[in-house]
Structures are given as structure tokens and as C-alpha cells.
Design a protein around this ligand. Structure first.
Ligand code: NDP
Length: 390
């Protein structure tokens, strides 16, 4: 195991905490050097993690929490700072490995910095690829860094493609658990509550991604993410519902072979893979016990119930729409969380926004830049906020 200089952005979230757990379980936490840990609101957890792992810098994005962070780190040699500028500045310092796990569009700029300044970018923030895929991948290529996906499906595909040539690849099969509403009727879905949406059957994740999984917006984002990562077209990706979440995705090759990656659903697996690539370290994870797995099932998704999978076709055919799709989805989720719209309305908000002519015009520039992306994101959020249902 080589010693690495590591930054973890979004350390207090579900992926951030699993990353720390990987480092504890594989007993490498004292071998690496930690550079930056960041959070937004949860200053107590940030202080706790910093005291345990001793990074050189701790950043709290929400500036009003700076004093608490400073007090909590007094007497240590950990440098506290706050705000987005500090975050971006510290993401612009060279490290060997960074975990980009800030949720939503808020994490895109940090991911872009990591693409430039990290030897290896472990990318959990799928929004970075959905909104800024072209820009992010061009930075990885230009600066000769490596991007290893952390999303379990993309980690699975990445693993299946090791040693393979692009020209042998026929299609990608993205698996989806189907979430808590897989067996619900359309009528029941109209009354689905926030509590229902937060009950994921297989994965323990942050709240927003859990809601995205319930609506399958998460799978729609992952489809676009896969197009960017693996250089495939929309028609070269199939989605299959696999309720057991044992197969994390598959690749069909032109010679009739299918490769699949199987593991017990636990994000520590893909995080450990990204941390140790190309090696594999011991983690406290059991292998799949096939005598105990009673069945592995596969179903076609229901595009009426999970309408986001239909809307995303438009993005699949014009990747510049990714930022509009994501921004309107984030606002729709906020509206659902605050009880302003019902579960099925989330997809209708996104459909209305993505068809908005004034926004389409904004997506015409030949080259993506951070400032054009921010402008489009803000404009799409405005349109989404103003949509009313009667
Ligand atoms: P969480 O909501 O659990 O955590 C998000 C992290 O981002 C927290 O550390 C949070 O800080 C920080 N954060 C939130 N808003 C801001 C902001 N404006 N500025 C700076 N930091 C911010 O998310 P997850 O860990 O579930 O997901 C992280 C990313 O990984 C997402 O893009 C998600 O799609 C992806 N992903 C997650 C999986 C999972 O199993 N959870 C699986 C695959 C992908 P604080 O805690 O202080 O609010």
C-alpha cells in the first residue's frame, strides 16, 4: 500500500462517513496523510472526524459555523476555514487522492478542481458528470489524472471493463433495485409520503439520493453518468430492475459474453476499490454466499410509474441538457420534501423545465465553462421554483 495525501469533500455525509469507515477497517488510517476534510452544516461531526484523522485543513462551507469550528479545533494544528472560496482554494492544492462526495450541483465546482489537482479523483458526486461531463473529462485528460467512479453501478462497469477494449463492448446493463415503490400501483404512488420514499429496501444512503432512488431520478442521472464515463450512446445502455441489488451492473460484449460484478450492497466496496486501485485490500465485507441467495430476479422498468426514465431520453440525445435536468430535479425534490408537491409531480416539474425554450437557448454555447453552467443552473432553478400545480 502506498502512502497517499488524501482530501475528503463532503466528509460528514453518507459517502464521506463510509470512506472514513473503509480507512478504519482496512487499518490504513495512520498510514496516509490527510489534507482537507469539508462539510456544510454538520460542524460537530466535522470536528469529531478531524480530531480522529488529523487533516491539515477543515472547511465548513456555511460561514456562520466558522466560530464553532475554530473553537472545536483549538489546540490542534488543524487549520479551520469557511465558505465556498476557501473550499475551492483548498481543492486546488495537489493531492494524490480525493473523494468528491458533496451532494448535488453544490459539488460540481469542487469535483472540477479535483479533476485538475488530484492524481486520482474518486467521484461520488454524479451531478458533476451529468452537468459538466465534457468539462470534467477534458480536465482529467489534459492534466493526465485518473477518475475512478464510486457510484456502485459505475464502479461495477469500470471493474467489468478492466483490460477490455472499447470496440468489443456492445452495451451496458445498469441495474436498479426499483426502490421502495417497485411494487406500488400508480394510484398508491399519488399518495406516497416522504416517509415512504425514505425507506430504501437495500441501501443506506443520504436522504436526497434515497428520494432520487425512489423516483428513479437517481437511475436517470446514472444513465447520463455512464454515457460520459464509458463513451456510450443512450441506445447502448439498458436499465434492468434487480430487486436484490447483488449484481451492481453488467456489460455485454460483442462476442456474446456478459460480465457482471457482484457484491453485498455496501458502499464501502466501491469506495475501497477506488482507494486501492489497482490493488484490493481486506475490508470487513462478506462475499456473496450463493447457497443463501435464494434468487436473483430481473424485470423491465415501468416507464409510466418512473416517468423520469422517459424524460431523461431527451438528455441522452442532447447532453447539454444535463444541467437543466439536474437543477429542476433538485428543486422538485425540495418541493416534495417541503410538502408543496406530491411524489409523482416531481417528474412533471422536470418535464416542464426541460421543455422551456428560453433555457434551451442558453445551452447552445459550443464549449462548457463553469460560469455558463452556473448561469444555466440558476435559470433552470428559477423556472422550476415558479411552476405551480393546481
Ligand atoms: P449526503 O447528503 O449524505 O452528504 C452530502 C455531503 O455534502 C455532506 O458532507 C454535506 O455537509 C455536504 N454538503 C451539502 N451541501 C453542501 C454545500 N452547499 N457545500 C459544501 N458541502 C455541502 O450525501 P451522500 O453522501 O448520500 O451523497 C454524496 C454524493 O454521492 C451525491 O452526489 C450522491 O448522488 C452520490 N452517491 C451517494 C451514494 C450513497 O450511498 N449515499 C451512492 C452513490 C452515489 P453536511 O453534512 O455538513 O450538510
Amino acid at each position: 500500500m502506498s502512502k497517499k495525501k488524501i482530501s475528503i469533500f463532503g466528509v460528514t455525509g453518507s459517502i464521506g462517513q463510509s470512506t472514513l469507515q473503509v480507512l478504519r477497517e482496512e487499518r490504513t488510517k495512520n498510514k496516509h496523510e490527510f489534507f482537507v476534510f469539508s462539510a456544510n452544516e454538520n460542524v460537530d461531526q466535522l470536528i469529531k472526524d478531524c480530531i480522529e484523522f488529523r487533516p491539515r485543513h477543515a472547511v465548513i462551507a456555511n460561514q456562520s459555523k466558522y466560530d464553532i469550528l475554530k473553537r472545536g479545533l483549538a489546540g490542534t494544528n488543524i487549520e479551520p476555514s469557511s465558505g465556498k472560496d476557501a473550499l475551492l482554494e483548498l481543492a486546488s492544492e495537489r493531492v494524490n487522492w480525493s473523494m468528491s462526495a458533496i451532494i448535488g450541483f453544490a459539488g460540481v465546482e469542487v469535483a472540477l478542481k479535483c479533476a485538475e489537482f488530484s492524481d486520482v479523483l474518486a467521484l461520488a458526486n454524479k451531478e458533476a458528470l451529468v452537468c459538466a461531463g465534457e468539462l470534467l473529462l477534458s480536465k482529467i485528460k489534459f492534466y493526465q489524472n485518473k477518475l475512478i467512479p464510486v457510484d456502485s453501478e459505475h464502479s461495477a462497469i469500470y471493474q467489468c471493463l478492466q483490460g477490455e477494449k472499447r470496440k468489443g463492448l456492445k452495451e451496458i446493463i445498469l441495474t436498479a433495485s426499483g426502490g421502495p415503490f417497485r411494487a406500488w400501483s400508480m394510484k398508491d404512488l399519488e399518495k406516497a409520503t416522504l416517509r415512504d420514499a425514505l425507506k430504501h429496501p437495500n441501501w443506506d444512503m443520504g436522504d436526497k439520493i434515497t428520494i432520487d432512488s425512489a423516483s428513479m431520478f437517481n437511475k436517470s442521472l446514472e444513465l447520463i453518468e455512464a454515457m460520459h464515463l464509458f463513451n456510450v450512446s443512450f441506445s447502448e445502455i439498458k436499465i434492468v430492475i434487480h430487486p436484490q441489488s447483488i449484481i451492481h451492473s453488467m456489460v455485454n460484449f460483442k462476442d456474446g459474453t456478459t460480465m457482471a460484478q457482484l457484491a453485498i450492497p455496501d458502499m464501502k466496496g466501491p469506495i475501497g476499490y477506488a482507494l486501492n486501485y489497482p490493488e484490493r485490500n481486506e475490508l470487513c465485507l462478506e462475499n456473496v454466499n450463493f447457497s443463501k441467495v435464494k434468487r436473483l430476479e430481473f424485470f423491465e422498468p415501468d416507464y409510466k410509474k418512473f416517468y423520469s426514465l422517459k424524460i431523461v431520453e431527451k438528455v441522452g440525445k442532447n447532453l447539454n441538457l444535463g444541467v437543466i435536468f439536474n437543477a429542476s430535479k433538485e428543486i422538485a425534490v425540495e418541493k416534495f420534501i417541503s410538502g408543496k408537491i406530491n411524489f409523482l409531480d416531481m417528474a412533471l416539474v422536470v418535464e416542464r423545465v426541460i421543455n422551456e425554450k428560453s433555457l434551451l437557448e442558453l445551452t447552445q454555447p459550443e464549449k462548457q465553462t463553469v460560469s455558463t453552467l452556473i448561469d444555466i443552473d440558476l435559470a433552470a432553478r428559477d423556472v422550476a421554483r415558479n411552476i405551480k400545480f393546481f
